[in-house]
Design a protein around this ligand. Structure first.
Ligand SMILES: NC(=O)c1ccc[n+]([C@@H]2O[C@H](COP(=O)([O-])OP(=O)(O)OC[C@H]3O[C@@H](n4cnc5c(N)ncnc54)[C@H](OP(=O)(O)O)[C@@H]3O)[C@@H](O)[C@H]2O)c1
Length: 299
């Protein structure tokens, strides 16, 4: 893949930023923040335009799918920078397809969302290996890059919303394991800074965490306070958790998620990293603040 593709079209004066994963946990905030900036042309690559509309996303929406190279080529035409999110560990080729389209368009910087588990030498599950491979493919693409390795987004607790609304319960495996969960809005702010002024961040891999190590039990207690409602925490057994993940994601990913949960229980996800505060120039948000901004989803 050549970094100097001769097919790069004439560029408009306003930089075009392509956001993949624009309906995802971090991508939706990247899309929103970019649309609020003057002097940037965000293009949101989404596979479901109705979902993008329901999220209130604005910008140029380009309907597409990582499996459809023509749709990628169309979205990337004239692009300057790109935010890359892939989500299927069983489709490692998605990163390659995105990078091929970006390279052909002459993209000059790619910001890739990844996982901090990559840095854990003891993590050898499918999700860690897939993220490691995706980072490698990016490094080899010839496109200048920045990697954002994140800890669990606070928004993962939205998965608890139905059982909180219906039974005032939170059901989770490994309730005592702590993780330095991060507000996806803070990650998005860092991503937008890099997408719009990439040069100082070329070749950097950033470890982005929130400001506290919190267990699922503590998160449930903070949600309970924010909602003004007593919540009961129910510990799932490993078998119950695995069965739920297998129903949702399939057997291979369920095994990887269980392995990740076991490593969390050993403290692998707890370390707080100061990098995010340095990037965004303020302390990252606490889970209490995130919860208070999202009570409507749990009520
Ligand atoms: N979630 C976590 O707990 C967590 C923790 C740390 C790091 N990470 C890392 O963050 C990255 C994203 O993972 P995630 O699962 O959390 O993502 P996510 O927030 O669920 O977002 C995935 C995005 O990709 C889009 N997408 C998926 N497949 C697509 C396809 N074939 N074509 C076009 N768009 C497609 C989704 O669109 P739809 O809305 O249409 O599905 C969605 O917008 C991964 O590298 C992951 O390892 C995740």
């Amino acid at each position: 893949m050549s970094p100097h593709a001769s097919t790069a079209p004439d560029r408009p004066e306003v930089p075009k930023v392509v956001v993949t994963g624009a309906t995802g946990a971090v991508g939706r905030h990247v899309a929103r923040l970019l649309s609020e900036l003057a002097g940037v042309l965000p293009t949101l690559l989404v596979r479901d335009t109705a979902k993008a509309a329901a999220l209130g996303l604005s910008g140029t929406v380009s309907q597409g799918d990582y499996r459809d190279r023509n749709s990628l080529r169309a979205a990337f035409h004239g692009a300057d920078t790109v935010f890359i999110v892939t989500a299927n560990p069983l489709r490692p080729q998605d990163d390659e397809s995105i990078l091929a389209a970006a390279s052909q368009a002459g993209v000059r910087h790619a910001v890739k969302l990844s996982w901090l588990g990559v840095a854990d030498p003891g993590a050898d599950d499918l999700v860690a290996d897939w993220n490691r491979r995706s980072e490698r493919v990016l490094h080899e693409s010839g496109i200048p890059w920045t990697v954002l390795r994140i800890r669990t987004p606070m928004s993962n607790t939205l998965a608890w919303a139905p059982s909180i609304r219906e039974h005032a319960t939170v059901q989770a495996f490994g309730g005592g394991a702590r993780t330095a969960c991060v507000d996806p809005r803070d990650v998005a702010q860092a991503a937008v800074q890099i997408l719009t002024e990439p040069t100082p961040h070329a070749g950097a891999t950033y470890s982005l965490t929130g400001p506290q190590e919190l267990s699922a039990r503590s998160q449930a207690a903070l949600l309970s306070q924010a909602l003004g409602k007593q919540l009961t925490f129910i510990d799932l057994t490993a078998d119950q958790a695995r069965a739920r993940w297998a129903d949702r994601y399939g057997e291979q990913i369920a095994d990887a998620l269980l392995e990740g949960a076991r490593r969390r229980a050993q403290g692998a996800s707890a370390r707080i990293d100061p990098t995010l505060e340095k990037l965004i120039g303020r302390p990252p948000a606490t889970f209490a603040a995130w919860a208070s901004d999202h009570t409507r989803h749990f009520s």
